[in-house]
Design a protein around this ligand. Structure first.
Ligand SMILES: *[C@@H]1O[C@H](CO)[C@@H](O)[C@H](O)[C@H]1NC(C)=O
Ligand SMILES: *[C@@H]1O[C@H](CO)[C@@H](O)[C@H](O)[C@H]1NC(C)=O
Ligand SMILES: *[C@@H]1O[C@H](CO)[C@@H](O)[C@H](O)[C@H]1NC(C)=O
Ligand SMILES: *[C@@H]1O[C@H](CO)[C@@H](O)[C@H](O)[C@H]1NC(C)=O
Ligand SMILES: *[C@@H]1O[C@H](CO)[C@@H](O)[C@H](O)[C@H]1NC(C)=O
Ligand SMILES: *[C@@H]1O[C@H](CO)[C@@H](O)[C@H](O)[C@H]1NC(C)=O
Ligand SMILES: *[C@@H]1O[C@H](CO)[C@@H](O)[C@H](O)[C@H]1NC(C)=O
Ligand SMILES: *[C@@H]1O[C@H](CO)[C@@H](O)[C@H](O)[C@H]1NC(C)=O
Ligand SMILES: *[C@@H]1O[C@H](CO)[C@@H](O)[C@H](O)[C@H]1NC(C)=O
Ligand SMILES: *[C@@H]1O[C@H](CO)[C@@H](O)[C@H](O)[C@H]1NC(C)=O
Ligand SMILES: *[C@@H]1O[C@H](CO)[C@@H](O)[C@H](O)[C@H]1NC(C)=O
Ligand SMILES: *[C@@H]1O[C@H](CO)[C@@H](O)[C@H](O)[C@H]1NC(C)=O
Length: 836
């Protein structure tokens, strides 16, 4: 019946240009299977309401089957006799066809999918479930998986939300992929068409709620006009079963309500919120609820009035209760002015300190939303001890798809394995199995609600996250929230087949890169549990370990000349280890039983402390940074091996990012190693740190129109110095005699690419131009901008296979532009196979 699935059709998809917009919903053609030769040619939608998820499922199946199999299927309103793809709720199905064979009960949002019989049956517990079943079917055939199946699939937890951090003015907090799709100039965006496609992406991985505005919320969201706007946005998500939620500013009654207070127990305030809530539900009748960040990082909250956080949460809970809404209340409450002088101060203790006394005091429709670790989305943290502390409170886990501390989507970091490790972590509450995944599902402590919140900041970039490969994180988030027992590598490989190709080589390469990416990033940023050693006071991107300490933010490393690490023991430190249930507490209390990868999270030790691996802490630092940066270089070669196997556009865009990451990994490596060598004065046993025999430092060259510049932080420049042009209109040259042996080299130039200028550069040897480039990464990368010479802007460009004769003259010409004074750090002449 599908004999018209011709070679021509199959070829079409392979060469089609791709910009990543369709992500994993490309519905690209696959070689069809005999088993589907009898695929029904019509879809029957049972009791479908216009624009309801069942109707959406019908359209999606039609589109998907056309793309994947080249087959046209009609949508019929009513069933006739012939075989069909039957889609509807269980209730509707039973009315028409009677009982269906199912193994296991359908739970909320769950579905039953059967392709074994004459009909293909897709039945949801509710309409949303039917849509999820349709996406399951399409995921299968989209990967060429035509094996007959008959199964029930239920979500692990009822709450599976995304949290967007979009601001009303159209910017996005921690967004690295353009501007907001939801808001512009203080209002909802005028063009909402992309929201439909975003809703498809979310629904296709089982996400059923979206909070569209920043947790640092602007009270103007609640203006009458914006409340109307929310109605339009909700309308675009509703056909996909994705319910809208919003973040609230706790002080709204005062900021926009004209009241002189926002005390949560004040009757005027209660009445104000109740009125606003009614107005919101009039505009968005199925509003999922509110998300609240209170008394955190300067946000207003109930503590202002000496009320408890529970008083604050319950205020909203009571307002949304009559409408069936819920309140997600963030546990990210801490004092960001704590004194580092007190050895026992610890931000990691804050969540338990604040929330433990409130356990049992929250209304039943409040869910405390807990970041996975006690600090803030670091490259490695233990699970938050709050998960095992709250027994009488609903909880959800907050994960971050946005790579805030993990390379801003310019470094590849596949997060499935990180999340999996946390979700599978057994906290041993009451000495019983207490995996984080079973706590947040509400199962372990028998709560009515629980689930997942994933911070994801899609923007106006065509490919949603600004990086093709980063989209695996959005996919994996949805998949793990639906079923945390899945293996991250299996999830990844489904995603690869749907996003790129089923070619085994493509699968192998992207799997290898992605599965190594988190350990690699951990190795060259911050290892042994010291946290991501990034600039916490500025953009959270490049290296700056000193920024962690000696301020009130509490992301301390407590590094000094001899020792490093947070002493979180009960016996001598902050007591944080004692916030865990006894089995875990004693493991972390004891240095012998603390795993190496969390050693510095829990213990303050000398740099010469010997790890389980037999290395000292400092030597591990050096080795791991070298190892991690070296593996990052291999990602470029791996990706290049896919040339011709991935469409040109995505191939080039990914290659660009991998080359960039390889260069920035070296910046990280050298910066962190220089910093700790400078501090500890303990040399690298392998003699790499501080010895760079292939380099010519820019400040050592003969400068004309250039001057030496002491970079801050110092360790983000090789030799601590760079050069900048003497003025913003002077073209500079830096010249040097090449004293390396004659031969062929890869010529690497390390420079700084500032936001706010596009300097031009030219490198030549004996007046022969080797290459030219512009400092225009601000147009090509998504990471948060910096206007300084620092670890965020430091970068590398490499020219391969350059022939050099000893005594040749190297010259770099830099033409400043805007605020960018054509800054240069060093040049490396790298013999084949060497990266320095
Ligand atoms: C769908 O409708 C077409 C014509 O409108 C009809 O030929 C076909 O049998 C119908 N299929 C089902 C399953 O009802
Ligand atoms: C059919 O849809 C209507 C309107 O959405 C709903 O009230 C009714 O319960 C549905 N019937 C069945 C059998 O699902
Ligand atoms: C086709 O179906 C049969 C059983 O009906 C199954 O054994 C076989 O694996 C299927 N073939 C493919 C290619 O899925
Ligand atoms: C809130 O949004 C309005 C409208 O865009 C803007 O005028 C105001 O400055 C914003 N307030 C804050 C605190 O950002
Ligand atoms: C809430 O609405 C009621 C009825 O419209 C009104 O009487 C009351 O003043 C409102 N309260 C506040 C605080 O706006
Ligand atoms: C807050 O409550 C505490 C203890 O109940 C009390 O000592 C303190 O004076 C109160 N502060 C204010 C501002 O009401
Ligand atoms: C114990 O704590 C003190 C600070 O109170 C600290 O200086 C010392 O290094 C700690 N001792 C150990 C063994 O960690
Ligand atoms: C990380 O660094 C350690 C220490 O050098 C090394 O054993 C490990 O293989 C590295 N892993 C990766 C993925 O770079
Ligand atoms: C290069 O070396 C020659 C001879 O040693 C010397 O005269 C010249 O000044 C050097 N040029 C540079 C740019 O260092
Ligand atoms: C390069 O050009 C400059 C002038 O443009 C000249 O003075 C110099 O000798 C040339 N150098 C070489 C190595 O040709
Ligand atoms: C560099 O030298 C090698 C060997 O002499 C030669 O094969 C190659 O073509 C040269 N490359 C360039 C760019 O001149
Ligand atoms: C150079 O800097 C001056 C003073 O900061 C500024 O007025 C001028 O516009 C800049 N020129 C360029 C070309 O950026």
């Amino acid at each position: 019946m599908i004999s018209f699935v011709t070679i021509v059709w199959l070829l079409l998809g392979i060469v089609a240009a791709e910009d990543g917009y369709r992500a994993w919903l490309r519905y690209a053609p696959v070689a069809s299977s005999g088993n589907y030769s009898s695929l029904p040619s019509s879809i029957v939608l049972l009791n479908a309401t216009r624009n309801g998820p069942v109707s959406t499922a019908g359209r999606e199946l039609q589109q998907g089957i056309r793309g994947i199999l080249g087959k046209r299927v009609d949508i019929n309103e009513t069933a006739t006799g012939s075989p069909a793809i039957i889609v509807g709720t269980a209730e509707a199905y039973k009315l028409v066809y009677g009982d269906f064979e199912e193994e296991g009960e359908l739970e909320e949002d769950g579905y039953y999918l059967s392709t074994e019989g004459r009909d293909i049956v897709i039945v949801g517990q509710n309409q949303r479930g039917a849509l999820y079943g349709a996406f399951d079917f399409l995921r299968r055939i989209g990967q060429g998986n035509f094996a007959p199946t008959s199964h029930v699939s239920n979500p692990h937890a009822p709450i599976r939300w995304s949290n967007e951090w979009d601001n009303l003015d159209g910017t996005i907090e921690r967004g690295y992929a353009g501007t907001s799709l939801f808001f512009q100039d203080g209002h909802r965006a005028t063009n909402l068409f992309r929201l439909t496609d975003y809703a498809r992406l979310l629904a296709s991985v089982g996400i059923n709620g979206i909070v569209i505005n920043n947790v640092n919320a602007n009270a103007s969201l609640l203006s009458p006009e914006n409340i109307q706007g929310l109605g339009s946005i909700a309308n675009t998500f509703r056909p996909y079963g994705v319910r809208l939620g919003i973040s609230l500013n706790f002080a709204s009654p005062q900021i926009i309500g004209g009241l002189n207070t926002f005390d949560p127990l004040d009757p005027k305030v209660i009445s104000w919120w109740s009125n606003i809530t009614d107005a919101l539900y009039a505009s968005v009748p199925d509003l999922a609820g509110y998300l609240v960040k209170a008394n955190s990082e300067g946000q207003p909250g109930p503590l202002t009035y000496n009320r408890t956080l529970a008083d604050g949460a319950n205020l909203f809970a009571k307002a949304v209760k009559p409408h069936g809404g819920i309140v997600m209340f963030r546990a990210f409450v801490y004092d960001h002015h704590i004194s580092p002088d007190n050895w026992k101060n610890d931000r990691a203790n804050a969540a338990v300190d604040f929330f433990k006394p409130l356990d049992g005091k929250f209304d039943d429709n409040v869910v405390v939303q807990i970041k996975y670790g006690p600090i803030d989305f670091q490259v490695r943290e233990p699970p938050s001890p709050l998960f095992s502390t709250l027994r009488k409170t609903n909880v959800a886990i907050e994960l971050q798809i946005t790579q805030e501390y993990l390379g801003h989507q310019d470094h590849l970091v596949y997060l499935g394995p990180l999340w999996k490790e946390i979700l599978e972590y057994d906290l041993r509450a009451d000495d019983r199995p207490s995996k984080v995944k079973d706590i947040v599902s509400s199962e372990r402590f028998g709560r009515p609600l629980g689930g997942f919140a994933g911070v994801v900041n899609v923007g106006s970039e065509n490919n949603w996250l600004g990086s093709h490969l980063a989209m695996s994180n959005l996919y994996a988030y949805g998949m793990l929230a639906w079923n945390p027992s899945l293996e991250p590598q299996d999830i990844l490989q489904d995603w690869i087949r749907l996003t790129f190709s089923s070619d085994p080589k493509v699968i192998d390469v992207i799997t290898e890169m992605s599965m190594k990416s988190w350990p690699v990033y951990e190795n060259y940023t911050g290892n042994l549990g010291i946290q991501t050693l990034t600039d916490i006071l500025y953009t959270h991107y490049g290296p700056n370990p000193a920024s962690q300490d000696n301020n009130g933010w509490g992301q301390w490393t407590r590094a000094n000349k001899h020792t490093i690490g947070m002493d979180r023991t009960v016996k001598n430190g902050t007591g944080n280890a004692g916030q865990y249930p006894p089995q875990i507490a004693s493991q972390f209390e004891n240095i012998e039983t603390t795993p190496d990868n969390l050693l510095l999270w829990f213990h303050h030790v000398p740099y010469t402390q010997v790890l389980k691996s037999g290395k000292t802490v400092i030597q591990h630092f050096y080795d791991a940074h070298y190892e991690g940066a070296a593996v990052a270089q291999t990602f470029v070669k791996l990706w290049e091996s896919l040339k011709g196997k991935v469409d040109k556009e995505r191939y080039e865009e990914v290659l660009f990012k991998q080359v960039y990451q390889a260069g920035h990994a070296l910046v990280w490596r050298d910066s962190i190693n220089q910093f700790y060598y400078n501090l500890s004065e303990i040399p690298d046993q392998a003699k790499r740190v501080g010895n760079h025999s292939y380099r010519i430092e820019a400040e050592k060259m003969i400068l004309n129109g250039y001057k030496t510049y002491g970079v801050n932080p110092f360790h983000t420049a090789s030799g601590y110095n760079a050069i900048v042009t003497t003025s913003n209109t002077t073209t500079g040259t830096a010249t040097a005699n090449i004293t390396f042996a004659s031969g062929t080299y890869d010529l690497a130039v390390n420079y700084y690419d500032l936001y706010g200028g596009k300097a031009d550069y030219e490198v030549s040897i004996n007046n022969r131009t080797v290459g030219k480039w512009a400092g225009d990464l601000e147009d090509k990368l998504g990471h948060a901008p910096s206007i300084y010479l620092d670890g965020h802007t430091a970068t590398r460009i490499t020219f391969k296979g350059v022939n050099v004769t000893r005594g040749d003259t190297l010259r770099i010409l830099g033409k400043p532009n805007g605020i960018e004074p054509a800054p240069l750090d060093y040049v490396s002449f790298l013999p084949p196979g060497i990266v320095d």
